[in-house]
Design a protein around this ligand. Structure first.
Ligand code: 3MF
Ligand code: MG
Ligand code: MG
Length: 343
């Protein structure tokens, strides 16, 4: 039994396209995904705005709200909760140069319209959490945007969202690069500093994705710790990443098992989840995977989290403390390795 409740987004089950090749698996219907998520052990669902209302750009505000309301009924039937809504600000041609930091005023207006609609959708789904993965808020050409002015544009957009609805919370999910070269908010340290410049820092926090920290050359467990000390770890995307390469979204723990253990340890030791937070996954199946096995990476990731929870529970803290007092970190490290390797 896990201490945590788990969430996942529909994009975790996908058709297998990558930057160099097209879809390789058939699409799995949205309602089937939701049922299957529930069956596997998820109780929360993460949504992009257009996962909820697919053709939202062509609809009025009222139509968008009523479509979101229909999904809420379906979630209630399945006993699933919406964790958050994230505006998908990277697909539309109007977000090619970024959303909130685009050099085009009308594109920035479009991005804000999507952000407001995401808030409307979130309220209909019964969540107050808005996630901003700032996908294209950065540069492909370093001189294309002034960093000071751009970060100020970002702040203005977030202030506008905070003012639009006084009950929402904004979780910024940082990533240092991909699809852009240089991100304006690359790490959770940046998120927390930036949060303090907004009109209501108490409503701006972080969502830490393991692989995004690895891409920044950092250890996700320590990035989580940094947020926890500020009471700003409001969401996580557990997954894994082999070093500083293309964005991989591998199953949790498959590359960096010791860091994965330390992620589960820091979350457990510091009562992550006690304010209702979900442990979210953000994992992608390999492109080689068959359609029938489209959910296997999710089952594997959950299993690895649970196995690591057992390891954390078995950790003898008095032994750890003894090694700390003796300053025998070689012995401490070996104890951890034996625990992980099943000795
Ligand atoms: C990209 C991501 C995103 C976000 C998602 C929700 C598509 O690396 O991690 O997944 O997690 O948009 O914020
Ligand atoms: Mg990611
Ligand atoms: Mg993510």
């Amino acid at each position: 039994m896990s201490k945590f409740k788990f969430s996942v987004g529909p994009w975790n089950v996908h058709e297998g396209a990558d930057a160099f090749g097209p879809d390789i698996r058939a699409s799995i219907p949205f309602d089937y995904k939701l049922k299957k998520f529930k069956e596997i052990g998820f109780s929360g669902i993460q949504f992009h705005d257009d996962d909820v209302v697919t053709d939202m750009n062509d609809l009025t505000e009222e139509q968008i709200k009523s479509r979101a309301g229909e999904l809420k009924d379906y979630l209630d039937d399945l006993k699933l909760e919406a964790e958050f809504v994230a505006p998908r600000l990277w697909l539309d041609p109007r977000t090619a140069d970024g959303g909130f930091t685009s050099n085009s005023a009308s594109d920035r207006e479009f991005a804000l319209w999507r952000a407001y609609r995401s808030i409307d959708i979130a309220k209909q789904l019964g969540t107050d959490r808005i996630v901003l993965w700032l996908a294209r808020e950065g540069t492909l050409c370093a001189e294309s945007k002034d960093p000071v002015e751009s970060i100020d544009k970002l702040r203005q957009a977030i202030d506008a969202m905070l003012a639009y609805d006084p009950s929402i919370k904004i979780l910024i999910e940082p990533k240092p690069n991909e699809p852009i070269d240089r991100s304006f908010i690359p790490t959770v340290g940046h998120v927390l500093g930036f949060a303090n410049s907004t009109s209501d820092p108490s409503r701006v926090g972080a969502l830490l994705e393991s692989a995004h920290a690895v891409l920044a050359g950092l250890d996700p467990a320590f990035e989580m710790g940094y947020c926890l000390v500020h009471q700003k770890l409001w969401g996580v995307h557990l997954n894994d990443q082999n070093s500083i390469r293309y964005d991989q979204d591998k199953s949790f723990g498959v590359e960096n098992i010791r860091s994965a253990f330390n992620q589960i340890k820091v979350l457990t030791d510091h009562q992550y989840g006690s304010n209702g937070e979900f442990v979210g996954l953000d994992v992608k199946a390999m492109r080689t995977q068959s359609l029938e096995k489209s959910f296997q990476h999710l089952e594997n990731s959950l299993k690895i989290v649970k196995l690591l929870e057992e390891k954390v529970a078995r950790l003898d803290t008095s032994r750890v403390n003894k090694y700390r007092e003796m300053r025998n970190y070689e012995a401490l490290e070996m104890y951890i390795m034996e625990l992980l390797l099943g000795e």
